[in-house]
Design a protein around this ligand. Structure first.
Ligand code: ADP
Length: 596
């Protein structure tokens, strides 16, 4: 209850009023008492000190039988007005100067029972007793008087009743004013708090709405005072906060999308090792679900590579790098702490390097193949040429002719390999552009078949072509497509024992959108396990046989590159042995990219 601003204001104002009244009251009461005291002594001084005639009269004896006390009594009675003596609150007494016994005065009852005060004692010893003491509840003055042989003491005493009445009234007045003040303070604080608190309450409501995430609500600014400025600042702050939050949200969404679709796997762990975030790539690479905060933790996933403590403190390098074989996959792992100073947790980035390793393997294999393929003819050329040089013309001319023939054919073979490699390298680097034209597919097949007829006949093969009627014109690089068909047909001729049958068939597929060509032979065929690899560079089922027939092992890989570039398809048709059937499919309207 006392926490509300209203109560606090009321308390402060009330306390202020009470304090003020107390100070004023004390000051007033004190002043009144002081004034009364000074007034008393001034009056006494006027009569007993300044009025020399009166003092003289007091001390003069008029006749020998006079009653001194009575004389003094009468003289004093005549001056009661000057002395302020009223017989109630202030009295005078004439006392015996030796014994202090009461002789006469304005109040006999009190006079008879006078207490021996400090001033009175002083007067009895012959001194004027006029010492004032505010703490006493009376004021008095005692003056020793010598009249002839006798001595008296005139004692004036005030019981401060007047001043007490006065201060009593003052206190009552102050208390009344205080009560009134407190009532006013309650009303005032209520009004004040209303004006002060209403905008603060609105500000609080606004702050609560902002805290709950609603930034649309703007608080009205009515006043130009500090609260008005605060409200305006608050509105600005809410606006800033909204745009900052929006930016953060956008940034988070961006990162979230990136995180979700990135090809690298990422798993974040808390410093205790629980998963706090992971992306689908990480789940795929690790081959398991990675539920947040679930059973699977850092120790279970990567504990074998490096303990969590080591990754949290990775040393000067700033991260821990490792690699691992996960089933078929080769993974590279990079582990680093995030928010290093606070050691908030660990981030593991997983990179799938299976493809890269495979490519690297293939590259090495390719280089080894190229070296090997070129070395064989080169060795032959070198040894025949060397024999010829060393013989110094002693070799019979027919043998020499034979040697030179070998040198020639081996160098042609090398040139063939280099030419094929160049073709492939042009495809790899994208430097080989297709020169697309529209031509008759049937014409192209027929001229290719007739070009191979002679070679087929030399091997005693039967080469036939059966084309669907009405084959369309196609958009393609005629020269390259012919190269593909030639390669497939010449392979059929090469790998079919003499006297075989080679059939070329062609037709349309996909409602005329594609054309196909199949070349089937009844030759040696390809074993099942070699089939997936025959489009690889330098892959040959029977190396010796291929080399013998002048093959490089690059023909089908070049054919595949050409067909791929046309958005077509080349594959082995799944047919029972003997022999092999190769099928080539091409889009009638050319490669998609070119069409676009
Ligand atoms: P090559 O120059 O050796 O013929 P290719 O790339 O044209 O190279 O063919 C790759 C390999 O595929 C050949 O070495 C051969 O072993 C096999 N091959 C290709 N066509 C046939 C076929 N019609 N019958 C049997 N084997 C074939």
């Amino acid at each position: 209850m006392f926490r509300s601003l209203h109560m606090k204001l009321m308390l402060i104002i009330s306390l202020l009023i009470i304090l003020l009244m107390t100070v004023v009251g004390a000051f007033l009461v004190n002043s009144v008492s002081g004034f009364y005291l000074r007034q008393f002594y001034t009056q006494m001084q006027e009569v007993f000190q300044n009025d020399a005639e009166f003092v003289h009269d007091l001390q003069s004896v008029s006749s020998s039988d006079e009653d001194g006390a009575e004389q003094l009594n009468q003289m004093l009675r005549a001056r009661t007005g000057d002395l302020g003596v009223d017989g109630h609150t202030r009295n005078y007494y004439v006392l015996d100067g030796v014994t202090g016994a009461y002789l006469a005065g304005t109040n006999d009852a009190e006079g008879a029972a006078l207490e021996m005060t400090y001033n009175l004692t002083a007067a009895l010893t012959g001194e004027v007793g006029d010492t004032s003491n505010v703490s006493l509840d009376y004021i008095d003055v005692a003056i020793p008087i010598r009249r002839g042989e006798r001595s008296y003491v005139i004692y004036v005493r005030d019981n401060k009743q007047t001043v007490q009445d006065l201060t009593g009234q003052l206190v009552t007045l102050i208390l009344e004013a205080l009560g009134f003040g407190i009532v006013i303070s309650v009303l005032l604080s209520f009004l004040l708090s209303k004006t002060l608190i209403t905008p603060i309450e609105r500000l609080t409501e606004g702050a609560e709405e902002v805290a709950s995430g609603d930034f649309s609500h703007k608080i009205d600014v009515d006043s130009r005072d500090e609260i008005g400025v605060l409200t305006a600042t608050f509105n600005d702050m809410a606006g800033q906060l909204e745009s900052t939050l929006q930016d953060v949200e956008n940034e988070r969404n961006k990162l979230g999308t990136l995180f979700l679709h990135m090809t690298d796997g990422v798993v974040a762990f808390s410093r205790e090792g629980a998963i706090i975030q992971s992306n689908p790539a990480a789940e795929e690479m690790l081959g398991r679900a990675l539920p947040l905060g679930g059973e699977v933790d850092y120790a279970a996933l990567f504990g074998d590579i490096a303990p969590l403590e080591q990754v949290l403190e990775p040393g000067a390098q700033g991260y821990v790098a490792a690699s691992r074989q996960q089933g078929e996959r080769s993974l590279e792992l990079l582990m680093a702490p995030f928010d290093k100073d606070r050691q908030a947790g660990v981030l593991v980035v997983i990179h799938d390097v299976t493809e890269r390793n495979k490519t690297e393997e293939m590259r090495k294999e390719f280089v080894a193949n190229v070296s090997h393929e070129l070395r064989t003819p080169l060795t032959n050329i070198h040894s025949y040429a060397e024999t010829l040089v060393d013989s110094h013309g002693a070799v019979p001319p027919e043998t020499e002719q034979g040697f030179l023939q070998v040198i020639l054919s081996e160098s042609e073979r090398m040139a063939h390999i280099v030419r094929d490699l160049l073709t492939l390298s042009r495809f790899d680097s994208g430097r080989s552009e297709l020169s697309l034209t529209r031509f008759s597919f049937a014409d192209a097949i027929e001229s290719m078949v007739s070009a191979n007829l002679l070679e087929a006949q030399r091997h005693g093969h039967t080469l036939t072509a059966a084309l669907e009627p009405g084959l369309p014109e196609i958009v393609a690089d005629r020269e390259r497509i012919t190269q593909v068909m030639m390669n497939v047909v010449s392979n059929a001729i090469k790998y079919t024992p003499d006297g075989g049958t080679i059939q070329v068939t062609a037709g349309t597929a996909e409602e005329g959108a594609r054309v196909w060509l199949e070349v089937s032979d009844n030759g040696i065929g390809i074993p099942e396990h070699d089939r997936p690899r025959i489009f690889e560079r330098f892959y040959r089922v029977d190396k010796a046989r291929s080399r013998e027939s002048g093959g490089t092992g690059l023909g089908l890989s070049i054919a595949k590159e050409i067909v791929d570039r046309h958005d077509g398809d080349i594959r082995i048709v799944d047919k029972p042995t003997p022999g092999l059937t190769i099928r080539v499919e091409l889009p009638v309207e050319g490669p998609r990219r070119e069409r676009a």
